[in-house]
Design a protein around this ligand. Structure first.
Ligand code: UDP
Length: 240
């Protein structure tokens, strides 16, 4: 599908192509995997396929629940058509359970349930290593207006509620996840991806990690974790 199309951008996990319609882009999900700001590099077999399919399921489900997002349609096993957003360079992290950088920074043991969801913002800048910022920085750097940030916060918390309710019957705990937003025809929309690369999913019973931490921490059974998430989302019989 990407044959003959001009590639606009190649990121760590995705390639973005122009289409004949300037309002639409084609996203190709790669198998390449990186962690720790690109210091650890590798590849996860069929990750591109899993993340594309998983993201499509989440985006479609969120749209039916009133969350505007960039997803248009799947165009291949590893490709989706999306709306062309002007990305807000702020990564929004939502946390329900302490893990990863929060566990380290605040001295909470991994797995401690947070009584309220925690929102964090990171400045999307590879050279700076995506530093954590707050709403004052966002305003002063003019990354987004306060009104846009109100919308983004409200959407992020709503998405968290929807995902928690959706994943619970599938036996999945949503520990934390990262979202990106953008502007499209004057509206703030959810963009990027929602996948085991950008979320921490734990099995509700065994607390087994079913996400990119298996790659980050060399836990083995990496492909199996991505496959398991897709299976559960599709309602198929699971191995775990
Ligand atoms: N995350 C992400 N991209 C990043 C950094 C974090 O998708 O560049 C996701 C990560 O997968 C996790 C959540 O955001 O679900 C919180 O990550 P954390 O700050 O704990 O950092 P990590 O331990 O993943 O480096």
């Amino acid at each position: 599908m990407t044959k003959g199309l001009k590639m606009l951008y190649e990121g760590k996990a995705k390639k973005i192509y122009e289409t004949a319609d300037p309002e639409l882009l084609l996203v190709h999900y790669k198998d390449d995997a990186t962690a720790f700001n690109g210091l650890k590099k590798g590849s996860i077999r069929d990750k591109g396929y899993y993340n594309n399919q998983i993201s499509a399921i989440f985006f479609k489900m969120l749209a039916t629940r009133g969350v505007s997002n960039h997803f248009v349609e799947l165009t291949g096993e590893r490709e989706m058509l999306v709306k062309n957003l002007e990305i807000v360079p702020v990564e929004v992290v939502v946390r329900n359970i302490a893990a990863g950088s929060l566990a380290k920074r605040l001295g909470k043991s991994e797995g401690t349930k947070l009584p309220f969801p925690v929102l964090e913002f990171y400045y999307k800048d590879d050279e700076l290593g995506d530093p954590m910022i707050n709403r004052y920085h966002i305003k002063a750097l003019e990354l987004a207006s306060p009104k846009e940030m109100d919308t983004i916060e409200e959407m992020a918390l709503k998405i968290n509620e929807i995902l928690l309710a959706y994943l619970k019957p599938l036996g999945l705990e949503l520990v934390d996840f990262k979202l990106e937003f953008g502007r499209h025809q004057g509206e703030i929309m959810l963009g990027d991806e929602i996948s085991p690369d950008t979320c921490r999913f734990w099995d509700a019973k065994t607390h087994e990690k079913l996400d990119k931490d298996r790659f980050r921490r060399d836990l083995g059974k990496v492909e199996e974790a991505y496959q398991e998430i897709l299976k559960r989302l599709k309602g198929e019989k699971t191995d775990v």
